[in-house]
Design a protein around this ligand. Structure first.
Ligand SMILES: [Ca+2]
Ligand SMILES: [Ca+2]
Length: 245
């Protein structure tokens, strides 16, 4: 009896139209799901990329009301390289700040004859595209200085430098840099440094607003679901053609 009903339905225009509409809705829903995944808002990766979290301001190697020379892990999210210091400004004494309440001055006050090299490590997904953005500006006239920003994979077998940006000092105001790189599946390091170090209190570069974002990619489980729905839609289209008068 059930088979008879099915056969009747297969030859019934109303049933065919209804089933086709259902397939169309499923297919549209699957496409919407994938599109939503692909176009999801960018995901911020870095911690404290704008240096706005400064619980140790005033507790550095040297300080006044407008700056603090911090070391080690005193800037949340970041690691200041051993033997180096990083100068953090606030705007209270008119030391330059690019955005918000704090920015970094890469001179590190010339502590230990070094400048303010610092880095942050983050996980990456193999094959995913990442966008790196940041702002910098020159302060004092130090024309031989360069700012160097890199993204490095330290894997001993497959590691490489994924991005290198070198910016010659100028006094032309704030520069906004945006670039992309591809994830490797390994931990990556964003490193910010003077190139080459002056080793003195040069007040050369102010940096701020470091941001790494991931352009979301579809979850692997989405692909089989999409393929299944696509196959179903094609089968429905063929079936409709077969039973059409
Ligand atoms: Ca800031
Ligand atoms: Ca300084």
């Amino acid at each position: 009896m059930r088979r008879v009903r099915t056969e009747i339905c297969l030859t019934n225009r109303y049933c065919v139209a209804k089933f086709t509409a259902m397939l169309r809705r499923w297919f549209s829903a699957s496409l919407l799901l994938v599109a939503t995944t692909l176009l999801a808002p960018a995901q911020t990766i870095l911690v404290n990329g704008g240096f706005e979290s400064q619980p140790n301001f005033g507790a550095g190697l040297s300080n006044d009301a407008g700056y603090s020379a911090l070391t080690g892990s005193q800037i949340p999210g970041w690691t200041i390289e051993p033997g180096h210091a990083v100068t953090v400004h606030n705007p209270s004494l008119s030391y330059p700040v690019i955005t918000g309440g704090y920015s970094v001055n890469l001179d590190g006050e010339g502590h230990n004859a070094h400048n303010g090299n610092l880095y942050q490590d983050f996980a990456s997904t193999a094959g995913a595209t990442y966008t790196l953005a940041f702002d910098w500006q020159g302060w004092y006239t130090t024309p031989t200085l360069e700012l160097k920003v890199t993204v490095i994979d330290f894997d001993p077998l497959t590691g490489s430098t994924l991005f290198t940006g070198i910016y010659l000092h100028d006094l032309a105001g704030v520069h906004h840099v945006t670039t992309t790189f591809t994830g490797t599946g390994n931990s990556l390091r964003l490193r910010v440094e003077e190139n080459v170090e002056s080793g003195v209190n040069d007040n050369g570069f102010i940096v701020d607003n470091f941001d790494v974002t991931l352009t979301a990619i579809p979850e692997p489980a989405t692909y089989p679901a999409l393929c299944a729905l696509s196959a179903l839609a094609v089968a429905g289209w063929r079936w409709r053609r077969r039973v059409a008068p």
